[in-house]
Design a protein around this ligand. Structure first.
Ligand SMILES: N[C@@H](CCC(=O)N[C@@H](CS)C(=O)NCC(=O)O)C(=O)O
Length: 213
């Protein structure tokens, strides 16, 4: 059976969480980098993978999937060991809840603020949107900091690496490039956590190619 294929864009945090998770599970996969500027996301071929014209998408034999959370659930069910969710229902629910904290409460406000930096000239940026987004995003990180510092363990859910770490990390890294870096005075435990994750082969191997330049 050929290796799984992950279709993504360089720097997509949704795609990166999938790549990190596959790598941490020790699964072979090929990454296919698509370009929005070249129209790859609107090609017939890609719209068949994802009708919304988004990344990531996964191909695994006859199975084609989009939506990063659905992809991660599929991979976890197919390859439960090593688990990135936890061993019992409460632990698994806690990881899923933490992913939603990131996606629904942090990314939802952080991404529009970061996009102002990535895609707009300074004079065209919506300053109010940026101010509000940055404030709410920083409050979410304060809460994550309190959870991490509260248990004192190396990972978001405790002693073991889970999908919670691999979901938060790409969004936090993207935010830093969107002029929302971690603040050492507010989030020291988060900085230590990020630096530990940066050393893992999964991070090094999947780091967005265009950020290397
Ligand atoms: N809910 C989707 C969100 C995916 C998403 O927003 N992907 C962005 C890249 S980070 C995208 O493909 N955007 C395409 C566009 O802006 O046209 C998931 O979890 O996979």
């Amino acid at each position: 059976m050929p290796a799984m294929k992950v279709y993504t864009m360089s720097g997509s945090p949704f795609g990166w969480r999938v790549q990190l998770s596959l790598h941490e599970k020790g699964l072979a996969f090929e990454t296919v980098i698509l370009s929005i500027a070249s129209g790859d996301l609107r090609s017939e071929e890609h719209l068949a993978r994802c009708p919304h014209g988004e990344v990531p998408a996964l191909e695994d034999g006859d199975v084609t999937l989009c939506e990063s959370s659905a992809i991660l659930e599929y991979v976890e069910e197919l390859h439960p060991e090593p688990t990135l969710l936890g061993k019992d229902p409460a632990a698994r629910a806690a990881v899923r809840r933490e992913e939603l904290e990131c996606l629904e409460h942090y990314a939802r406000v952080m991404l529009p603020a970061a996009q102002q930096i990535f895609f707009r000239k300074p004079e065209e940026r919506d300053q109010e949107l940026m101010r509000t987004g940055r404030r709410i995003a920083a409050e979410q990180l304060d809460r994550l900091e309190a959870r991490l510092a509260g248990h004192g363990a190396p990972f978001v859910q405790g002693p073991e690496l889970t999908r919670a770490d691999l979901t938060w990390l790409p969004f936090i890294e993207l935010a830093a490039r969107g002029e929302m870096p971690l603040d050492a005075s507010r989030t020291p435990a988060l900085i230590a956590w990020r630096d530990r994750l940066r050393e893992r082969p999964s991070y090094v191997q999947t780091y967005p190619p265009h950020w290397r330049k």
